[in-house]
Design a protein around this ligand. Structure first.
Ligand SMILES: C[S@@+](CC[C@H](N)C(=O)[O-])C[C@H]1O[C@@H](n2cnc3c(N)ncnc32)[C@H](O)[C@@H]1O
Length: 223
């Protein structure tokens, strides 16, 4: 069974990086978690901060786990499906957050859908992989790559992920109509663990997204 959460762990290990405070006021706020997995963070925000949370995941197994463990908590609703499709049809959220999940979705699908749903000023806070266990850093071109998820007692599972440089994420967000307020690198204080994540805090602008963005083959940028 998954561990319950008493804060959001943005990755790559519990306790690294800021906690819930970066999400701003949560009481009564309409929140979406994209790729909620076992559902522990959504449950925490509803139970401990009284947010009104929808938490969506594509995996029937994860959805069932979340529903079974946390489905009785007031203020949280677990949804099974594709977050992009949901964002196009759902009522607007005030805040969308995601831990290690947005990198599984093509940014050219995910970011326009997020812009479509969020109102002007609505916040998007998410963490994504930056450097993996094999010390492979992010790409400066917009293409998915095969990564291997290591699960306990199972062989590594191949998945496709968009592991992108900070500059490329910033360009993509800017093109989609978001302003990036904070962009941090989360590292483990452990010489043997090279894994790092990017933590991005953005806000939907009022103006229209750019018709054509900068070249997505841009060079790397610092966090
Ligand atoms: C690495 S897990 C992270 C789970 C959770 N956020 C956590 O930190 O424990 C990524 C999750 O994203 C989900 N996912 C991938 N693509 C998705 C999509 N298009 N819509 C909704 N969920 C998606 C996967 O099913 C998986 O549960």
């Amino acid at each position: 069974m998954p561990e319950d959460a008493d804060r959001v762990h943005w990755g790559p290990k519990p306790g690294i990086g800021p906690g819930d405070s970066i999400l701003g006021p949560l009481h009564g706020r309409r929140v979406l978690e994209v790729g909620c997995g076992t559902g522990r963070f959504a449950a925490h925000l509803a139970r401990d901060h009284h947010a009104v949370v929808d938490a969506i995941d594509l995996s029937p197994t994860q959805h069932q786990r979340a529903q079974t463990r946390y489905g009785d908590i007031a203020g949280v609703r677990y949804l099974l499906g594709d977050a992009v499709t949901h964002l196009h049809t759902a009522d607007p959220y005030e805040l969308v957050f995601s831990v290690e999940s947005l990198a599984y979705v093509d940014p050219h699908r995910a970011l326009p859908a997020l812009r479509h749903n969020l109102p002007a000023g609505g916040r998007l806070v998410f963490s994504v992989l930056h450097t993996d266990l094999d010390e492979r850093g992010p790409s400066s071109t917009l293409a998915p790559r095969e990564q291997h998820i290591r699960l306990k007692n199972r062989p590594p599972a191949p998945v496709w992920m968009w592991v992108l440089t900070p500059l490329l994420w910033q360009d993509l967000l800017d093109e989609a109509g978001f302003t990036v307020d904070h962009h941090d690198l989360l590292t483990v204080p452990d010489a043997d663990n090279p894994v790092t994540y990017q933590l991005i805090q953005a806000r939907r602008r009022t103006d229209r997204p750019h018709a054509a963005g900068r070249d997505s083959g841009a060079s790397d940028g610092g966090a």
